[in-house]
Ligand binder design. Structure first.
Ligand code: PLP
Length: 389
């Protein structure tokens, strides 16, 4: 059977991973500054993670959500304690798109409305409602475009305020740090303004922390550089370190749980809980959130010194290097000549760096040296690459 061909692929076959490195089938080692697209949070093959998942699958891999599963409560308790969001309630699902789908659904249940405010360059997933509020019409099928949405300028409040004043908005959905859009950090005044406006006009504020959450920004959630308390926070990616897990944190002052309101077959299953609990254990024990802040600050400062770089943006270990010209060839050269994985974005000029959170300053230096050398030899006539979400 032929595979449905949806991604352009690099000719590399990783077979093993340890810490911040992956190894291909020929035994070549690569520094992973892409984290499998922001998914690898605690590093590849962490012994605690491997042990927890292995023990769990030996005991019980799955049973349905119709019976007691204390692993979900253990996860919720650890997540509440580490994130500081212990007053929220947790609903577990399997992916980022599914998290946003449930978030938007709850918002619509609550308000009885359907119009959603989103932002230019936003990415929220590929399922029905999530893709409708994603700023890329080419990935929206007619069936996805069933409710009204608006894309406002990121980090600007004026037009959002005007729209909310009409009183017909169900939700505002925003990434704490736009990832696929090319690494744009939502600033404090913007997030605080959105929070105030949503409260005033009774719209639900959904913070999409799917890429920027679980410690990547140097905070547990990137919005925590402000004092806002979103109505819903969506999570996935780093949450399972590769195991497919997603979830939403729900403010119980805004939403009252009821049987049948949300549901899932696989969400919160035993193996997924073991994976996420292991991630939380390691984030805490290895001080990975503090490390993401310290090494991230160092990375940002060092990247800004590279000659020829137009702009460096980001927070913690979620970094965008804007070259002012397409980076397709640079990424290839980094991968095949220097054996360093990097990411792209929907902006062809921006290289995205999303490494495991245990990255060291020495590994940052390796990147800086390699990138400077590649840049020095580079011919600027590169063309645009299709990005992988
Ligand atoms: C900010 C953001 N939201 C949602 C998603 C969708 O997540 P998933 O691919 O797990 O459905 C992504 C994926 O890249 C994302 O970056």
């Amino acid at each position: 059977m032929k595979l449905f061909d949806v991604y352009p692929l690099f000719d590399i076959e990783p077979v093993k991973g340890t810490g911040n490195y992956i190894f291909d089938k020929d035994g070549n080692r690569y520094l992973d500054l892409y984290g499998g697209h922001a998914v690898i949070s605690i590093g590849h093959g962490h012994p605690h993670y491997v042990e927890k998942i292995s023990n769990q699958v030996n005991m019980l891999g799955f049973y349905s959500n119709s019976v007691q599963n204390p692993l979900q409560q253990e996860l919720a308790d650890k997540l509440g304690a580490l994130s500081g969001c212990d007053k929220y309630e947790l609903f577990l699902c399997n992916s980022g798109a599914e998290a946003n789908e449930n978030a938007l659904k709850l918002a619509s249940f609550k308000t009885g409305k359907t119009k959603v405010i989103s932002f230019k360059k936003a990415f929220h997933g590929r399922t029905s409602a999530a893709v409708n509020v994603t700023d890329k019409s080419s990935i929206q099928a007619p069936i996805n475009k069933l409710f009204k949405k608006e894309f406002h300028k990121f980090n600007q409040l004026k037009s959002v305020k005007k729209s909310l004043e009409k009183g017909d908005v169900c939700a505002v959905i925003v990434e704490g740090i736009q990832g696929i859009g090319g690494i744009h950090v939502a600033n404090k005044a913007f997030l605080e303004g959105l929070s105030k406006l949503c409260k005033k006009h009774k719209a639900i504020l959904i913070l999409d922390e799917i890429q920027s959450g679980f410690g990547r920004s140097g905070h547990f959630f990137s919005f925590q550089h402000t004092k806002i308390k979103p109505d819903i926070i969506s999570m996935a990616k780093g949450m399972g370190n590769g195991f497919p897990v997603g979830g939403i944190l729900i403010n119980p002052k805004v939403f009252k749980a009821a049987y049948g309101l949300l549901g899932t077959t696989f969400g919160g299953n035993h193996l997924a809980c073991a994976a996420t609990t292991a991630v939380l254990d390691v984030l805490k024990a290895d001080n990975l959130i503090e490390n993401a802040k310290e090494v991230g600050d160092y990375f940002l400062a060092e990247a800004k010194k590279i000659e020829g770089v137009k702009e460096v943006r980001g927070m913690g270990l979620m970094i965008g290097i804007d070259m002012g010209f397409p980076i397709k060839e640079l990424r290839k050269e980094m991968l095949f000549q220097r054996r360093i994985f990097t990411g792209s974005s929907s902006d062809p000029n921006v290289m995205r760096l999303l490494p495991p959170l245990g990255l060291t300053k020495r590994e940052v230096d390796v990147f800086i040296k390699a990138f400077s050398k590649v840049l020095a030899n580079h011919d600027k006539g590169a063309t645009i690459i299709d990005h992988i979400d």
